[in-house]
Write a protein of this length. Sequence first.
Length: 271
Amino acid sequence: MSGYSAKQVLDQLGRPGPHPVLRGDLALVGLPGLVYTPASGLGLPAVAFGHGWLQPVERYRALLRHLASWGVVAAAPGTQRGPLMSARLLSGNLRTTLDVLTGVRLGDGGISVDTERLAVAGHSMGGGAAVLAAADDSRVRAVVTFAASETRPSALDAARRVTAAGLHLAAGEDRIAPPVGHAEAIADAWQGPVQLRSLPDTGHLGFAEGRHWSELLLDGKGERSTQRIARALTTAFLLRLLKGEKQWDALLDHDVKGARLDHQRGPLARR
């Protein structure tokens, strides 16, 4: 892909990758949730994903499966599902998920995760929880948030302690967590290398797949175009940060239709 345009890389990474995918259940190791892995591979990168407020982890299945098809183990704990969701506890669950992924052989024993190739990600309050997790876990090398929202304890304060690279995707039509007080503020406070992108026509729930009753309470609904862009950008970012794959840099370095590059501070990874 060297020399290809940002649009060409977007098209490539918007499609499933070359790896067959296995699906598992985190409950088998004591934590409810989903895990998707490539069919085989040792020393793989991994990401723990935090769901949004009231959102079941099933609303992120396509994202998790997509990342696994590109060689990244992806797991989402299905905890903190109630209206009194605790970002602090979900943050701890994300870190526990990383412990599980790195501590056991997955599949039939032919899949393992490298402790030096770990990331956290999340949507809405799950994005804020991912920031909290990264601030307290030096193993984390990369953080991705979708329509991140401020949390208690403060994700904004935690961002000042995160030295890992961050990619923050802000929803331009977000009426639940408007970017100016949430994703943009978190990106501005970020200690490590950081990139902020705006998806101008996206609502708060645009990143969540399918339909769910919570749409009666929250603004917006799932948007396939948003999810496709988010999958491609997340894949490019994680492959670059966790595996050193430079062939996706055109997408990370430029605007693409539907995902404007608003701000970047510092190189996301060594060239």
